[in-house]
Design a protein around this ligand. Structure first.
Ligand SMILES: [Mg+2]
Length: 383
């Protein structure tokens, strides 16, 4: 299983979000990493919410020349080697994205070699995982949000996530009013709660775009809407400030963009989160994801998928006993359908895991080559 070749395919994918009567243009960017072995087995890894051109450069110039000749089965040895190449002084960021893409390809290879799906290799805790559906994007107006929520409820979805504080601090820096943004958020949550009904679980996500005072102000005014968790309310996932917010009774979820184990440890030990959200396309792949899950287990903190990309994260949550909710992020699902073949589909808010060896789906090589030759996002399509 000697690695003979590693390739990176960047992709910027414009798509249309189509939720029954609610439609909007959307886009996402990602990078697919292909690892080939001398035995003819090929694995496909993946990373996203980053700059795909930077990841391609890391793979092409640093990782591919160095990892050729190693065994594709030596995931820990490769993870350690990548760490010292891209994060030698504890940097977070691009390094863990590149490491995730390689690691997922190695797990895909392991599954193909052993004839088992990755979720079973991780432990086979369950053959289907519960989903929540992320639908409430900033591009929808209130009416579209309500239409989409009603449509999803009629399609068997009870768990719904929506964005609040959409790029708030960035917009405020450009002259927007935080007060106006938050007041509109209250109305958006109100129409979703009314459309979804009292028995729906509604999650909100600020994508690290609020300051503590604004997050508290908003949270106080959303108390009547029974929010299931408030995901990444604060800039930079500041652990101390998240812990302060949580101490006021807000149920906090965070961690999707973290790439160092100590950052997850700090979120857990500081009491900053009710739900920790390692994303295997960002945190360092399934190899790191299972370590975060073990820490979460020791702290009796719930595990869930945040940051989208259910087709990779479903394996972690199906494999481990403390696996939790997987995020059916509608834009990332559409993106996955543009790049991969034989993807599983949801049944209401449940996803049955594939029995196909490896990650359980194939790469559409024509699409990968076409997207790689096309325009890059230039930082626009980061989900
Ligand atoms: Mg999120």
């Amino acid at each position: 299983m000697t690695i003979s070749e590693i390739n990176a395919y960047p992709a910027y994918i414009p798509t249309t979000l189509d939720i029954g009567p609610a439609q909007a243009a959307a886009s996402l960017s990602c990078c697919v990493i292909e690892v080939k072995t001398e035995d003819g087995v090929t694995g496909y890894g993946y990373t996203a919410i980053t700059d795909e051109e930077v990841i391609v450069s890391i793979i092409d110039n640093l990782l591919a020349p160095d990892l050729k000749g190693m065994s594709a089965l030596d995931r820990e040895a490769i993870a350690e080697r990548i760490y010292w190449m891209v994060s030698p002084r504890g940097q977070t960021g691009y390094g863990s994205h590149a490491a995730s893409g390689v690691d997922l390809a190695l797990w895909d290879i392991l599954g193909k070699v052993t004839g088992q799906p990755c979720w079973r290799l991780l432990g086979g805790a369950r053959s289907e995982v519960p989903l929540y559906v992320t639908f409430g994007f900033g591009s929808f107006d209130r009416e579209q949000l309500a239409d989409a929520a009603r449509h999803l409820r009629s399609d068997g979805v009870r768990r719904l996530k929506m964005v609040v504080g959409h790029h708030a601090l960035k917009r405020v820096a450009a002259g927007a009013s935080m007060s106006d943004i938050l007041k509109e958020d209250i109305e958006r949550v109100r129409v979703v709660r009314e459309a979804a009904g009292d028995d729906a679980d509604i999650y909100i996500d600020a994508n690290c775009s609020l300051d503590p005072a604004s997050a508290q102000w908003l949270d106080d005014r959303l108390k009547d809407f029974d929010i299931a968790f408030f995901e990444e309310p604060l800039r930079g996932n500041d652990t101390r400030q998240l812990a302060n917010l949580r101490a006021r009774g807000t149920r906090i979820a965070a961690g999707q963009n973290e790439g160092q184990l100590f950052r997850f440890r700090d979120l857990l030990t500081s009491g900053a989160v009710d739900v920790i959200q390692p994303n295997v396309v960002i945190c360092g792949g399934l190899t790191v994801g299972q370590k975060v899950a073990a820490m979460a287990d020791a702290h009796q903190v719930q595990l869930a998928n945040g940051g989208a990309f259910p087709f990779h994260n479903m394996h972690l949550h199906g494999g481990l006993a403390n696996g939790g909710l997987v995020e059916w992020h509608l834009i990332s699902v559409e993106m996955g359908r543009s790049l991969f073949t034989d993807l599983p589909d949801r049944d209401g808010d449940v996803l049955r895991l594939p029995e196909t060896p490896g990650l359980g789906f194939g790469a559409n090589l024509d699409a990968l080559r076409e997207f790689a030759a096309g325009p890059l996002s230039k930082g626009r399509g980061k989900g």
